[in-house]
Design a protein around this ligand. Structure first.
Ligand SMILES: Cc1cc2nc3c(=O)[nH]c(=O)nc-3n(C[C@H](O)[C@H](O)[C@H](O)COP(=O)(O)O)c2cc1C
Length: 215
């Protein structure tokens, strides 16, 4: 059994999304000791920003007529698709940046969508167990002033769940900037409760992922 793990934080130390993903990964490994975990950290090992344009042009050009840049971009998109296809379970850790997804995540999804196997209607992840760990510095729940400003989680759900038809579980943590931004100090208790809840949800999601991927 193989777990594919994608991290999108632009940092490693102190990353809240990695903390959740580490727990999910550990739970998965307890069900599959010694099995491989294939990793890609796109926030640090960044995909080329111009690859998507070349992959789109390359996908509309006969293979023998592609430029070297188009060939490389089409091959990169194919590699990303094959990583997902080869995995029995998938774990993605994605923070909210500037009210949406980072350019790193957007490039990752855009590239995969250029490959016929990742295109809309191709059901790339049909029924495959996927855990999405997503974190936000602020809070966007119903009744908060910025309710609806998180344009990342709905987008990720749309692609993973609706377009690629994954069996998707989302683990969320908010207020990760409490303790970092003094303006949020009043929310310390709530943030601590959210942190505890997210780690518990991560343990549950990891156990379920391990059990599902065994089937
Ligand atoms: C450049 C940048 C932009 C951010 N934009 C937002 C934002 O729009 N909304 C929000 O709630 N948090 C925002 N944050 C906070 C991150 O979501 C938060 O720090 C999160 O924990 C980062 O993920 P990580 O801990 O895995 O690195 C931003 C952080 C950075 C560095």
């Amino acid at each position: 059994m193989t777990l594919f793990r994608l991290d999108a934080s632009i940092r490693v130390e102190g990353s809240a999304s990695r903390e959740i993903a580490d727990i999910v990964e550990q739970e998965w490994l307890s069900a599959h000791p010694g099995d491989p975990v294939v990793r890609r950290h796109i926030g640090v090992d960044v995909l080329p920003a111009d690859a998507w344009g070349h992959a789109v042009a390359g996908s509309q050009t006969p293979a023998e007529a592609r430029t070297p840049e188009q060939k490389a971009a089409v091959a990169l998109a194919a590699t990303l698709v094959e990583e997902l296809l080869a995995a029995d379970a998938i774990l993605l850790a994605v923070p909210l940046y500037n009210f949406g997804v980072s350019q790193h995540i957007k490039t990752y999804f855009d590239l995969i969508l250029t490959d016929p196997r990742g295109a809309s209607g191709a059901r790339l992840l049909a029924g495959k167990p996927v855990v999405l760990a997503t974190v936000r510095g602020g809070a966007y729940g119903e009744g908060t002033p910025r309710h609806g400003w998180d344009h990342s989680t709905p987008y990720l759900r749309r692609i993973l769940g609706d377009i690629w038809e994954a069996d998707l579980t989302v683990v969320e943590r908010e207020f990760t900037l409490v303790g970092v931004n003094p303006q949020l100090d009043a929310f310390a208790d709530l943030a601590a409760e959210m942190h505890r809840g997210a780690l518990e949800s991560a343990r549950e999601a990891g156990r379920a992922l391990g059990a599902l991927a065994r089937v």
